[in-house]
Design a protein around this ligand. Structure first.
Ligand code: S3P
Length: 213
């Protein structure tokens, strides 16, 4: 699926040159926020492929740093410890972005709701995009995804609890710098709208002289 270089043996070696990076007032990083099932990871991956930017899911960084999966952190240490780990991971990724990393980051559903994370993100000036959809569609998507380790969600309980949590969090999500509706839309449509709304620039990747094969 991902056709970027470096994935297969014999692929062309390609490098980004400075002139190919986004410049001027165009953003060079982006955080996707929203509730569970909003499509933060799949939209982020699609958009990253369109732009030739890097993509990362903050939950995967937390897991690498902690040496445990998200459900294990919840189970063994509780949600407050997970939030501490999440904040640490966010600080780390922000440092990388300030250092020049060009990337799209999908945050976990609770990350932007935590005041300390929201304050960090607002202070950074990096755009935050709230992906929204009707709550019943979010629930349906989450139920369809359950079964794989990466989509096991400790906070996915009953539909009533899901609705309550969404209602409690929506006001925070609305503090993101943009909002995009994802209900009944394809990943390509959503990615294109984000790129256009924010004026995101694609990195043109060309094989550099002497670096082929
Ligand atoms: C959470 C959402 C999860 C994950 C953790 C907590 C939340 O991420 O960070 O289970 O508080 O809503 P997704 O939104 O990617 O499911």
């Amino acid at each position: 699926m991902n056709k970027r270089s470096g994935k297969t043996v014999g692929a062309k070696v390609r490098r980004r040159t400075q002139s190919q990076l986004p410049h001027g007032h165009s953003p060079s990083a982006l955080f996707l926020v929203g509730f569970m099932g909003a499509g933060k990871t799949s939209v982020g991956q699609t958009l990253a492929e369109h732009l030739n930017w890097a993509f990362e899911d903050l939950d995967r960084r937390i897991e690498r740093r902690e040496g445990r999966t998200v459900p294990e952190i919840f189970r063994d240490f509780g949600e407050s410890e997970f939030r501490r780990a999440e904040h640490g991971a966010l600080r780390e990724v922000l440092e990388e972005v300030h250092g020049g990393a060009v990337k799209i980051v999908a945050l976990g559903g609770g990350a932007f709701v935590q005041e300390n994370n929201m304050a960090l993100l607002k202070a950074s000036g990096i755009p935050t995009v709230f992906l929204d959809a009707p709550v019943d569609e979010l629930w349906r998507r989450c139920c369809q995804q359950t079964g794989t380790a990466e989509t096991e969600r400790p906070l996915l309980r009953s539909i009533d609890r899901f609705r309550e949590l969404y209602a409690a969090r929506r006001g925070s999500y609305l503090r993101a710098s943009s909002k995009i509706q994802t209900g009944s839309r394809t990943l390509n449509e959503i990615a294109a709208e984000i790129a256009e709304t924010l004026g995101l620039r694609k990195i043109e990747i060309r094989a550099q002289q002497g670096e082929v094969e």
